[in-house]
Design a protein around this ligand. Sequence first.
Ligand SMILES: Nc1nc2c(ncn2[C@@H]2O[C@H](COP(=O)(O)OP(=O)(O)O)[C@@H](O)[C@H]2O)c(=O)[nH]1
Ligand SMILES: [Mg+2]
Length: 384
Amino acid sequence: MTWFATPNSYTGEDVAEIAAHGSPVVLELLLRRALDLGARLAEPGEFTQRAFLAGRIDLTQAEAVRDLIEAQTLTQARQAASQMGGALSRRVGPMKRALVELIALLEAGIDFAEDDVDVTAGSEIARRISELMPELMRLEASFARGRIVHDGLTLAIVGRPNVGKSSLFNRLVERERAIVTATPGTTRDTVTERISLDGIPLELVDTAGLREGREEAEQLGIARSREALADAALVLVVLDATEPLNEEEHRLLEAVRRRPALVAMNKSDLATAAAAPVMEGVASLATSALTGDGIAALRERILALATGGAASEPGMLTSLRHHQAITATLAALTDAAEANRNAVPHEMILLDLYRALGALDSLTGQTTSDDILNLIFSTFCIGK
Ligand SMILES: Nc1nc2c(ncn2[C@@H]2O[C@H](COP(=O)(O)OP(=O)(O)O)[C@@H](O)[C@H]2O)c(=O)[nH]1
Ligand SMILES: [Mg+2]
């Protein structure tokens, strides 16, 4: 038994922790005994929620506890650990202080108008607001990388039969996961495998070759391929570099033209430059699943496609909730700046500034409604 005395426990309350040998029978027995003696089972995330309500951690840190438990790659775990350590809150702290200062300045001008307190000049208000914007915008932009580190992405590998989709898939997952044969139409069902590309979780989907299906099983496989193609965030179109494009491939390239897509001209070991099919403005690179040529470059290109070139940084926004809070802060500050330009009374500008502060505070949980709090903590596992 370990005793954590208030206020130095995880939740801030008096906490007794029982550690036991891992046998499920022993644990079950201990749990039953504790329940018989008046204990009750914790709700999902209840300990973390109590820690949050006691002010031990803020909301971004609480969310990071869940993210750390659910982390599947080392990068995800590191990102969650850094957020748990307060990286995001530390980034938001100075912006909040600057905003509170500006609010205090305007409030003072209104409250003590008769006592000769100088009314803040419009130019000073404009300067203070515009000083806040760049870092808020950087923070908003960090969501591009933060979201994919957090959520991962799906990449569908598509193309006609026998071009080497399964071979490339196996190269990327670094084992013989999908069946490769010289007979077209071998892959009948989608095969998925999770890999980590520079820490970014990527779900690869190998699909059945797209063509007019010969029999029912293959037709079903092709229907699934089309679904996988529609659902995936990223698409890898595989072509055979030794053969001209056919109708199906022209249609496919047209379909992915406006999507994040890459084209692998596979079997480059067999291809002569003259035989390389003509591309239609889609980025392509030569690969050989047989020799491994171009596979490293393919990984890099997939990574660049996934991240859009956004680099990793401390205190990234990782959830839509974070992103919405920052977008709302930016919108309210933009309104405040606009009102200030139009020489609107300070009472009105303050309304916008308070709205910005509220949005910023919702990120760390100071002004988050109970409904949203309950929603967040319900996604935790029990006993955390
Ligand atoms: N020479 C050569 N053969 C390849 C290459 N990639 C795949 N193949 C062969 O092409 C055939 C079809 O490959 P597979 O991966 O099953 O194609 P899929 O139908 O598109 O999944 C197999 O015999 C592979 O060994 C490559 O880069 N070079
Ligand atoms: Mg295949």
